[in-house]
Design a protein around this ligand. Structure first.
Ligand SMILES: CC(C)(COP(=O)(O)OP(=O)(O)OC[C@H]1O[C@@H](n2cnc3c(N)ncnc32)[C@H](O)[C@@H]1OP(=O)(O)O)[C@@H](O)C(=O)NCCC(=O)NCCS
Length: 177
């Protein structure tokens, strides 16, 4: 599959495509912060606000595009306290259900890691739902388990699930700065 991973800008078309994907991923039981059914207006509001944070340089949103359509996304959160200038968080990693198991999320994660390094962020943190989340996916991509918090969130269709927190040091010998 011909795949391009790029930094996304806040055009109407991009926000429409990301919103459609978010609604679809939640409907497929993806634990990405929302309950099913996710109203399209709420999905739009989320991405609108996310791109406002991009404009403030507080996050970077990556998109995986195939034939002009966004089929996956990942966000790198950069807005962390002043004593953590070397750290970033990965969030909202998702692939449209029809395009899964073809390497889309892997390409997004690797691109996010490269972008993080370019911004001096060599320590990455992320979390994922224990049930229905992407724990196995991250563990096979060199993310270390920091621990678990039980009953952390509701799954999209209801019922509590714990979360598993991960970290990855992108380069062994970097000092903050
Ligand atoms: C988790 C998620 C992002 C993975 O997306 P994806 O694009 O399917 O991920 P990839 O294709 O890169 O990798 C998935 C698996 O497919 C396999 N795969 C990759 N390319 C493949 C190919 N060409 N043929 C067959 N399998 C392939 C990978 O090896 C991987 O398996 P592994 O984890 O056992 O190694 C996706 O399932 C999703 O959106 N889930 C819902 C939201 C969610 O839970 N997000 C995570 C929040 S942290």
């Amino acid at each position: 599959m011909a795949l391009a991973v790029t930094r996304l800008s806040a055009t109407r078309r991009v926000i429409d495509m990301l919103s459609d994907m978010l609604v679809e991923v939640v409907a497929a039981d993806g634990s990405v912060g929302f309950m099913h059914p996710l109203p399209p207006a709420a999905a739009h509001a989320f991405w609108q606000s996310a791109f406002e944070a991009v404009a403030r340089k507080q996050r970077i949103i990556l998109g995986a595009t195939h034939g002009g359509t966004i089929i996956g996304t990942a966000t790198l959160l950069l807005d962390l306290p002043p004593n953590q200038p070397h750290r970033a968080e990965i969030a909202k990693l998702m692939t449209r259900p029809a395009y899964r198991r073809q390497g889309v999320a892997t390409a997004l994660l690797r691109a996010a890691e490269r972008v993080a390094m370019r911004h001096g962020r060599w320590l990455l943190v992320l979390d994922t739902a224990i049930e229905g989340g992407a724990a196995a996916f991250h563990e096979r991509r060199e993310y270390h388990v920091a621990g678990e918090i039980p009953d952390y969130a509701l799954t999209p269709f209801g019922g509590l699930t714990g979360t598993r927190i991960y970290w990855k040091r992108l380069e062994a010998s970097r000092e903050p700065g």
